[in-house]
Design a protein around this ligand. Structure first.
Ligand SMILES: [Zn+2]
Length: 374
């Protein structure tokens, strides 16, 4: 056999290896992610939860401690996550740390976003007391969040950071949540419309020539909506740089769509330089049905341009009584709907699904076993 032939055979072998590698990688790489809220768990309870998740097909977990309001200088926050990540890793689970971004209390007042009425969000939060949102355009906010996230990327067993609340407040509240917040408008709600601080208003004016404070109905100004989408995108991409420079991945929980995400919270997430988009396809919040869930997933896969799309579901733990419930947060998927949702998501071409561990009933676990446990 001459060298040319050897090279040729080598090239064929390489191609076959790549093809086989791709197909087996695709199959094995389907992401099954559980979000585990560990706020009230000690390490032994968390270990049990990790074992249960793993036994029912989990490939990765997002661990939430301190409700995601982690602080880089709190030894407790770092140590708990270090131990949690080590234990999850030892079980073969990929580990993400859940971190909230823009909704934070106790920060300097000039870091907070200002609404259309000129009110800072820490003193006049929209909807609820906890709705205190930082201004994602402020350099100080970028710096603070970068430092927070960097501290957690130093934990060796952490594979990724899972961002939540990287957005503005909901300028239009989800239909199912309106009774809870006492706001019933399906239009933009001025007290929840941000940010009209001097920095944002002036930057926008420099870029477009438009003085947004002089516009009678800012909700009709497409450039203004886009400006704020770009502000959020810049923040995420800034955070991504930090995470990627530490050799870790960045994922983010986002609003569905991306149409709804852009309209409601200014998340133009297909532009984010991250490693997984995790839309919260919680149909119960929008008072929509399984068909909506299916359609929005198709839209999201198309928008995700090859970045892994992990469709996150919301469940009804007490599903036998689901139809008697009026609270939308208790009207998540039943086990049979979860089965349908997984089948539809796979058909739409998602790379994974996400589930809230705390809302899994035994019957929901059975559905997972059917799909993901051999
Ligand atoms: Zn601002």
């Amino acid at each position: 056999m001459n060298m040319k032939m050897l090279k040729h055979l080598g090239a064929i072998a390489l191609s076959v290896a790549i093809l086989m590698g791709c197909s087996s990688q695709k199959k094995d790489d389907f992401i099954v992610q559980f979000s585990i809220h560990a706020e009230k768990m000690d390490m032994e309870q968390l270990t049990e939860a990790l074992k249960t998740a793993k036994a029912h097909g989990a490939t990765r977990v997002v661990v939430w401690s301190s409700h995601g309001y982690l602080h880089p200088h709190e030894a407790r926050d770092i140590e708990f996550n270090r131990e949690a990540a080590e234990r999850a890793h030892s079980m073969g689970l990929k580990v993400g740390i859940g971190i909230n971004c823009c909704m934070r209390k106790g920060m300097p007042q000039d870091w907070y976003a200002v609404n259309r009425l000129g009110q800072p969000s820490d003193e006049f939060p929209a909807y609820k007391e906890r709705y205190k949102f930082l201004d994602p355009h402020k350099p100080e906010v970028h710096q603070y969040l970068k430092e927070t996230i960097a501290a957690f990327t130093l934990i060796p067993d952490v594979d990724y950071i899972a961002l939540d609340l990287v957005r503005y407040p909901d300028v239009i509240m989800a239909a199912g949540l309106r009774p809870r917040y006492g706001v019933f408008s399906a239009e933009e709600y001025p007290p929840a419309d941000y940010c009209y601080c001097d920095l944002c208003v002036n930057t926008f004016k420099e870029q477009t020539g438009i003085d947004i404070r002089a516009v009678e109905d800012p909700s009709t100004c497409a450039e203004w909506a886009q400006f704020r989408c770009d502000v959020v995108t810049d923040l995420v991409n800034d955070l991504a740089q930090v995470v990627h420079s530490r050799g870790k991945e960045l994922a983010a929980f986002v609003f569905p769509g991306p149409g709804k995400a852009i309209q409601v919270v200014r998340q133009d997430w297909p532009k984010w330089n991250i490693d997984a988009y995790m839309p919260m396809n919680f149909n119960c919040l929008y008072e929509t049905d399984m068909q909506w869930l299916k359609d929005v997933t198709v839209e999201e896969v198309e928008a995700s341009h090859g970045i892994p799309l992990v469709s996150a579901f919301y469940l009804s733990k007490d599903w036998q009584n689901r139809d008697n419930e009026t609270d939308c947060l208790k009207r998540g998927l039943t086990p049979s709907e979860l089965e349908q949702a997984i089948a539809d998501a796979k058909e739409a071409g998602v790379q994974g699904i996400g589930l809230p561990y705390a809302l899994m009933s035994p019957e929901h676990f059975e559905v997972m076993d059917k799909f993901f446990v051999k």
